[in-house]
Write a protein that binds this ligand. Sequence first.
Ligand code: N2P
Length: 362
Amino acid sequence: MKKLLSTVALVAMMTSPVLAAEKVLHVFNWSDYIAEDTIKKFTAKTGIKVTYDVYDSNEVLEAKMLAGSSGFDVVVPTADFLQRQIAAGVYAKLDKSKLPNLKNMDPDLMKALGNFDKGNEHAVIYMWGTTGIGYNTKAIAKRLGDKAPTDSWALVFDPANAAKLKDCGITLLDAPTEIIPAAMNYLGLDPRSTKKADLEKGAALLTKIRPFVRYFHSSQYISDLANGDICLSVGWSGDVFQARDRAGEAKKGVEIGYSIPKQGALQWFDTMAIPVDSKNKDAAHTFINFVMDAQITADITNYVWYANGNKASLPMVEQEIKDDPGIFPTDEVKDKLWGAKVYAKKTDRIITRLWTKIKTGK
Ligand code: N2P
């Protein structure tokens, strides 16, 4: 007995520091993209502590993933970036035996994700949305009248309109692979075109409206829209709805609308994946499985106003959200959405170069 005890004690001594080290999970997610209590609930349920960091750009995440040794265990790349990063060997294959909540996922959406990750081997859908226009209804009406084309990219991409909105503040996402294609779409070009001439045309239009753009940023616009400090953002659906929600709570008379322009918009999918060099793959699976719980995902959607890929969560998603065509577009609108193009290195370089020129106004 004594011997057994000491063996147990020895094993405990040897393993506990290791176990303790394994019990901190590093999650890297988009900002404003999780419910207030998700992490707290996860730790309460599993005992696994979480270090939670945020970003607001796929390019930032990609740079960290390609450099390696990021220290992150779960990250949330958008599907087109995911595909490129999978090809670069950045992500571990999921162990589906550790993800029983996969049964909750929407098979059609997972099939769509399969276009970026064959066989859904590396990732599951987290949230999805569109890249459209968030706007301050009163500020826009004041400057462009009641007939302001809020249903069209012309609201921001027609330089005559943009000029009139300069004083109240236009912002664009700092997301070249989303903004340049939107400008191409407005020009009647294929937003998924990789022809240099087409990309240059989109960039030329953006250069024309550049003098009227206050800033390029992908998270600051939420509070600025809510406070009435800016009046138009090309931004992400749920972020704009969060701004609308905050504006409502502040009760200062700011009203925010979200528009999926009639010409069409980008529909994107964000996914959860595990970096291949994660030291906590077990805990990472536990986290992904926890998030795929129907109630947990419903809570996140109800908080961040983004649609999700979890079919079983829908009965718990608030009716107001399910009924909002800006979050769950109608079939007619869906037909006009385009999926992200996975750009080859060469195209990526062209886009990066054009983007620098646009931002610096050259
Ligand atoms: C959350 C933004 C996530 C959407 N703030 C970008 N794909």
